[in-house]
Write a protein of this length. Structure first.
Lengths: 760, 218
């Protein structure tokens, strides 16, 4: 049949569909009407004294849209959560909340949420009751299940707090204490390893207020990072000199207390942090470490910084990276390297960070170690990089991971060494690169359970799907990986009754399994809430003080949404190690570097089913509802493509096709494709939209940690010859020669009286 | 009749007040009439009649609407509660003075009296059935404004009752009647006022209420 429709056909179809709509309309209940007697008004049976219909009540909880652990205030009216905002008393986010947190409502009210358990029968997933689901689960994981040691694998996202305690106990009881795999696409596994080895602390605390300058090698601390809202308040407030005291800031005292800090960002493709930088350096992908050594060289040679703390071997290494060599390798102009070094020299103490594309290489560890070398030369360790201290409850601290764990999980599964696999809080069937062969590996597991709120890609592969309650309906405790000055245990409480009865909380499922397996110490608890109450009763003795009763303590924790806990002070070392950085290799077959860009929005794809975040323009390109590939204007010219032209990006592992977006915020040898789109499942808003760059990521691993080198993929680009409209908000980037705004070049400005050291 | 039709009909029956006197002069004219009435007639009227009919410092809004009878799960007799037993509206609709919405009284409030009063009546037996199932009766909504209209009971009660010199809170039903009609004469509530924009604006003009668009459309 021809796909072309003429006008007559079109009108016919429209006529019939109009009749269909009208017929459907007969039975459709009208929920929004002014007509009397159509809508129901429901009163309370027993009203709470503090509840007034029409006026919202706020409940404190903890955000679950990413693992940062921000505190929430949820406004609830007539039993429905309507708005979430940051909790002002949370030291992590100080009353702020990012767009992902705000959009959590659309995960909660998402029309594609799973309402009943699903079981695979006859090759298809079919709805069953919880009784049936529980029976199935107990057959495989209950006391009668004959499980051999080490044959259960549990793949999750970041888990912390009492859920982690229960999960540990359960895996221990199942004979697979090593069976917990933690997968996060946006991770800092390599940085943690560098910090652990050179500083003796995997995630130290950064004092933005003390730093006069930040040099960041690809670390998108304002966007896709371990605690984006916290870093954004620190950066915008203390670092830029707007405020120094969070309390004063809350009261509206915008007093500039200090000079404005300078941010220099070196990365292959502009991130949200890069867009906020005073000087943005487009560095050739994978050469960030070389740039760091070049700046170290300029500090030691040009500014004669003291290098006595460095071993002789390291000093010799730095001496090899002179300006011309470094400029040649990195593609960064020599004067910009000198300017950065001069700023660092003048603005002590400073803060040098590495992450994202710098660490996501085969030599990522070495690049981050080179950046740390700068911190050591500049004396930042102990001044702007502080020990994180020891969290008093190690059993509650987050279990973190990257893609390395996913690779290990898939390998074990493909060897047939897993009898039961449970996936919760992560969607590996979407995030796993094609080379992993996740679907085949997962398929070799005889019994696969997926706990999720949504019909995601991994759920499509499962034998049993258990629908979870939303974070606004469930209990939990969360400990953030990055703790601010004051450490807290974040409290998550239900802010409304569950929308769907046939769903269960994650903690409740774990507890019921522990009870079924008769694990000692868990028998007395009716549900996860009772378990948490018991846990906090012990906290009450420790933190409540004598005057505070158990009940009052519990209420205070719920009201504040967190429990402040003291940390034991820690110590940092500063060890300089010689780094080994490879010469960048030219690849004639695959000349470009793929940058799978994570954004504070769709993140690793987990938010693609949120229409608000699909609709929110991308922070750099302002594109909505789709994928694109960022190219430098020079590259675009060489390839002969314009904005909207479709290109094919091919790596050794496959190819994707998407539309070109041209801008200068990218290195000419890089092509950036944002993560998050290209879902094959995951509901009506996510699926069939855009492409997933993770699929073509090459099998390159970071040498030291074994973590997937997310930014180590080489690709080739070909023009497809098709055009698609790029839907983006915002205006033109040129003035069309009309001088709408008078401009002078940065160089002229720098030389004029307005210049000086504040101008990049 | 849809809302837009009722609005048009309302427009047709609208008194030609704009032509009669524009702006402040128009309002002054109304005030003069009210003042004259107040001055001239108390001696003639019986005090009881005055008490039942008048809200001081207020011009009741004009307009009517012939709403349909809405069957409710329990045929609640407003007349028995208001006229016979003289219960203040705000005793049950207690949220009206605190919130944008007046609220349906919680079932526990009904049972506060009806666990001992009139327990043998069929309607009360029906109420007890709901109560024992721990469910509120599924009342049908009668009065409503569109979602783009921000109406608040609390502000209107403050203007016409609590911050209104000479107003007795016991007479609050006369203020409620501005928009809800004489509920004391009804069993279940019936919509007898148009509650459309013309109705609101006329009352705001007559009583010097706020005129900004965003007061209601925010």
């Amino acid at each position: 049949m021809s796909t072309k429709i003429n006008r007559r056909d079109f009108l016919k179809i429209m006529g019939w569909s109009g009749v269909g709509a009208a017929l459907a309309g007969c039975d459709m209940p009208s929920y929004v009407t002014l007509e009397e007697g159509r809508e129901t008004v429901t009163s309370y049976v027993h009203p709470e004294e503090f509840v007034i219909p029409g006026i919202g009540v706020r409940y404190a909880s903890t955000c679950q849209q990413c693992p940062a652990g921000c505190g929430l205030h949820a406004r609830v009216r007539e039993g429905r959560v309507l708005k979430v905002e940051g909790n002002p008393s949370s030291p992590i986010n100080r009353g702020k909340l990012c767009q992902m947190g705000q959009a959590g409502l659309q995960h909660h009210y998402n029309p594609d949420r799973l309402r009943r358990p699903l079981m695979r029968a006859g090759g298809r997933l079919q709805e069953i009751t919880w009784e049936q689901a529980e029976k199935l689960l107990l057959q495989r994981l209950g006391p009668e299940a004959s499980l051999k040691p080490g044959r259960v694998a549990w793949l999750t996202g970041t888990v912390s707090g009492h859920q982690a305690v229960l999960l540990d106990a359960l895996l221990e009881s199942l004979g697979s204490p090593e069976g917990h795999y933690v997968h996060e696409v946006v991770n800092d596994v390599v940085s943690q390893e560098v910090n652990r080895e050179l500083l003796g602390d995997p995630l130290p605390r950064y004092d933005f207020g003390a730093a006069r300058m930040i040099l960041s090698f690809g670390a998108d601390f304002l966007g896709a990072s371990v605690s984006p809202v916290h870093f954004a308040t620190e950066f915008g407030g203390r670092f830029r000199g707007v405020w120094n005291d969070p309390e004063a800031f809350r009261k509206g005292a915008f007093l500039p207390e200090r000079e404005r800090g300078v941010l220099v960002q070196a990365e292959p493709a502009m991130t949200l942090t890069g867009a906020n930088a005073d000087l943005w350096l487009a560095v050739r992908p994978g050469t960030e470490g070389v740039l760091a050594l070049g700046i170290a060289n300029a500090l030691l040679v040009k500014h004669r910084r003291d290098a006595s703390m460095l071993p002789e071997e390291v000093r010799r290494l730095v001496a090899r990276y002179d300006l011309d060599t470094v400029s040649g390798i990195t593609g960064v102009a020599g004067d910009l390297i000198v300017r950065t070094a001069t700023w660092l020299h003048e603005r002590t103490p400073s803060l040098v960070l590495a992450g994202g594309p710098a660490t996501g290489q085969e030599h990522g560890f070495q690049a981050a170690a080179a950046a740390m070398l700068l911190n050591i030369i500049l004396g930042n360790v102990g001044r702007t990089i502080l020990p994180s201290g020891e969290f008093p409850f190690p059993q509650l601290t987050p279990r973190r991971g990257g893609t390395g764990d996913l690779l290990a999980f898939a390998e074990k599964a493909s060897q047939g060494a897993v009898d039961v696999a449970v996936v919760s809080g992560t969607n590996p069937a979407y995030t796993a690169p094609a080379f992993v062969g996740f679907a085949e590996a997962f398929g070799k597991v005889p019994f696969k359970v997926v706990m999720t709120q949504f019909p995601d890609e991994t759920a499509q592969l499962a034998d049993l799907v258990l629908p979870l309650r939303s974070p606004y309906e469930d209990w939990g405790t969360h400990v953030a990986a990055y703790q601010a000055e004051r450490a807290v245990i974040g409290m998550q409480q239900p802010v409304m009754t569950p929308l769907y009865e046939e769903t269960r909380g994650f903690g409740d499922i774990l507890l019921s399994l522990l009870k079924a397996r008769a694990v000692e110490g868990y028998q007395g608890f009716a549900d996860y809430y009772a378990y948490l109450r018991h846990a906090f009763a012990t906290f009450a003795q420790e933190f409540g003080g004598e005057a505070v009763g158990e009940e009052a303590f519990w209420r205070r924790v719920l009201q504040e949404g967190q429990l402040r806990v003291p940390r034991r002070p820690g110590r940092l070392q500063a060890k300089a190690v010689p780094v080994r950085l490879p010469e960048p290799r030219a690849d004639t077959e695959f000349p470009f570097h793929l940058v799978p860009a994570a954004r504070l929005g769709l993140w690793d794809g987990r938010h693609a089913n949120i229409p608000w975040l699909q609709e929110a323009p991308d922070q750099i390109t302002k594109v909505v509802w789709g994928s694109w590939a960022e190219l430098h204007p020079r590259t675009a010219q060489r390839l002969g493509v314009e904005e909207g032209d479709v290109i094919r990006i091919t790596s050794p592992q496959g190819s994707i096709e998407t539309r070109v977006y041209i801008h200068k915020g990218i290195h000419p040898e890089a092509v950036a494709v944002p993560m998050g789109q290209g879902h094959e499942a995951y509901g009506r808003y996510a699926q069939g939209r855009g492409v997933n760059p993770l699929k073509i990521v090459d099998a390159v691993r970071e040498a030291r940690t074994g973590e997937l080198a997310l930014f180590g993929t080489r690709v080739q680009i070909t023009k497809v010859g098709r055009r698609e409209r790029l839907v983006r908000m915002g205006g033109a980037e040129t003035q069309h020669g009309r001088k709408l705004v008078a401009t002078i070049t940065a160089d002229v400005y720098r030389r004029s009286e307005g210049g000086g050291e504040h101008v990049a | 009749m849809s809302a837009s039709e009722s609005f048009l009909m309302e427009q047709r029956h609208r008194p030609r007040q704009c032509e009669a006197g524009r702006g402040a002069w128009g309002r002054g004219w109304w005030a003069l009439v009210v003042l004259l009435c107040a001055l001239a007639f108390p001696a003639v009227w019986s005090p009881a009649a005055v008490r039942a009919a008048e809200v001081p410092n207020a011009v009741p809004p004009e307009g009517s609407y012939d709403g349909k009878h809405v069957p409710q799960p329990i045929e609640f007799p407003h007349d028995v509660h208001v006229k016979v037993n003289q219960i203040n509206c705000m005793y049950c609709h207690t949220y009206a003075r605190r919130s944008p919405v007046a609220g349906i009284p919680p079932t526990s409030k009904c049972m506060g009296c009806h666990s001992v009063i009139a327990t043998d009546k069929p309607r009360i037996k029906k109420l007890v059935e709901y109560w024992e199932k721990n469910q509120p009766p599924p009342w049908k909504k009668v009065h409503d404004v569109p979602d783009f209209v921000h109406f608040t009971h609390e502000k209107h009660l403050r203007r016409f009752v609590f911050n209104n010199p000479g107003m007795d809170v016991a007479d609050v039903k006369e203020v409620c009647a501005f928009c809800h009609g004489q509920v004391a004469e009804m069993t279940v509530a019936r919509k007898v006022k148009p509650l459309n924009m013309g109705f609101c604006v006329r009352c705001h003009e007559a009583n010097d209420g706020p005129h900004d668009c965003w007061k209601c459309h925010k």
